[in-house]
Ligand binder design. Structure first.
Ligand code: NAD
Length: 358
């Protein structure tokens, strides 16, 4: 019973999705059937790389292909209609983070998933990082006592918003692009509380001067309904000489313990000829080879995407979506994430503390 997968959006991260499913296909776990991508040049390139059927219109792909699951890897603000259409076509869906940039968008996706009785998963890949899994097990076992507070940071080098997609970085922010990961990670580590109040600030200097009108940085303090609190630093203007494209980490303090993870520098550092010092987070995406020289991708970046296959396999074998609750980042996690991120942007716009509805 092959699990038939389609990908919508074949850009920077869409390629990672396709690599994940191409590898799973080699392992006999799924079939990567088709790609929908607006950019015809890119579509041709991905066809050459992966040999899939290609469509410029995702609706045509959904109508013509019998797919079990699709992944949505298009810009944040475009997720909603695509996810809803995929649900209506009877597909299980993995959507990239942030699930949507509006609370209503997330609610519409959840409603569509319920109506179609299909799985809605969000790619919060920090949950699949071995270091974070170990920390969650420690928190769940009570080794830190009652979680009190945390601090998380996630930062990109400036080329990410400036060069990767200046066209839609203006509709995003470091909080949407990076903060989404860390807000989800903290919630997941401490048992999934809801946000209660948020205060945030942000600054626009460098990127605006480069013609990309978006925040350089966003800082937030988020209080949760279980009494815990998170301080969050995000930015995407680190200089090109910085040691990695991403800088990230988290610390959690409880009544009985403390845990700190440098989620970027895992101890692998190098300075190669003609380059500056590099820190390699090999846990995220490692492009290796198997014994026969074929690509072999490992790391939590790939595993989080491949989780869709495992979930669909379970459902196709007669399992129920309800049985999977709590075992994957679902639509409600995506909704809570967006609710908090919307409050962060509201607080920046108003300069005020934002109280979230219970
Ligand atoms: N989980 C992660 O680590 C991670 C990393 C990078 C990006 N992302 C997320 O992935 C999503 C895509 O990011 P990206 O960096 O790949 O962006 P990108 O701009 O490189 O790629 C998006 C692609 O979607 C295509 N597209 C847009 N509308 C479409 C439509 N209606 N039908 C078909 N194709 C369409 C565009 O032509 C583009 O090629 C975003 O939500 C982003 O936040 C997640």
């Amino acid at each position: 019973m092959a699990i038939r997968i389609g990908v919508i959006g074949g850009g920077v991260f869409g390629e990672t999705h396709m690599q994940t499913f191409a590898q799973a296909q080699r392992e006999g776990r799924c079939e990567l059937v088709a790609l929908a991508e607006l950019n015809e040049e890119l579509l041709a390139k991905r066809h050459e790389q992966f040999g899939v059927r290609t469509y410029t219109d995702y609706r045509e792909m959904l109508a013509k292909e019998e797919l079990d699951g699709v992944t949505v890897v298009t810009p944040d603000h475009t997720h909603r209609p695509i996810v809803v259409a995929a649900m209506k076509a009877g597909c299980h869906v993995l959507v990239e983070k942030p699930m949507d940039v509006t609370v209503e968008g997330c609610e519409a996706m959840i409603a569509a998933a319920r109506e179609a009785d299909r799985l809605l998963e969000v790619d919060f890949h920090k949950r699949y990082d071995a270091y974070h899994i170990a920390l969650r097990e420690a928190v769940t076992a009570g080794k830190l006592g009652r979680p009190l507070y945390g601090y998380a940071w996630m930062e990109n080098r400036v080329e990410v918003p400036r060069d990767w997609w200046p066209g839609w970085a203006v509709k995003s922010s470091p909080a949407w692009f990076l903060g989404a990961h860390m807000v989800d990670l903290f919630r997941w580590l401490i048992g999934g509380p809801r946000g209660r109040r948020v205060y945030a600030s942000g600054a626009k200097h460098k990127l605006k001067s480069l013609g990309v009108d978006t925040f350089d940085c966003v800082q937030a303090k988020i209080d949760f309904d279980n009494g815990a609190s998170l301080s969050l630093d995000t930015s995407w203007v680190l200089p090109e000489g910085f040691e990695a494209v991403v800088n990230q980490g988290i610390r959690v303090v409880g009544t009985e313990g403390i845990a700190e993870i440098d989620s970027q520098n895992r101890g692998a550092e190098a300075c190669f000829a003609g380059k500056t010092q590099e820190t390699m987070n090999l846990g995220f995406k490692l492009h290796g080879q198997d014994k026969w020289g074929r690509p072999r991708y490992t790391g939590y970046g790939f595993e989080a995407i491949a989780d869709l296959i495992e979930n669909i396999a379970y459902l196709k074998s007669g399992g129920k979506i309800a049985d999977l609750q709590g075992k994957y980042p679902d639509g409600l996690d995506g909704l809570e994430n967006t609710r908090i991120l919307c409050a962060i942007h509201e607080s920046i716009a108003t300069g005020k503390l934002v109280e979230l509805e219970k």
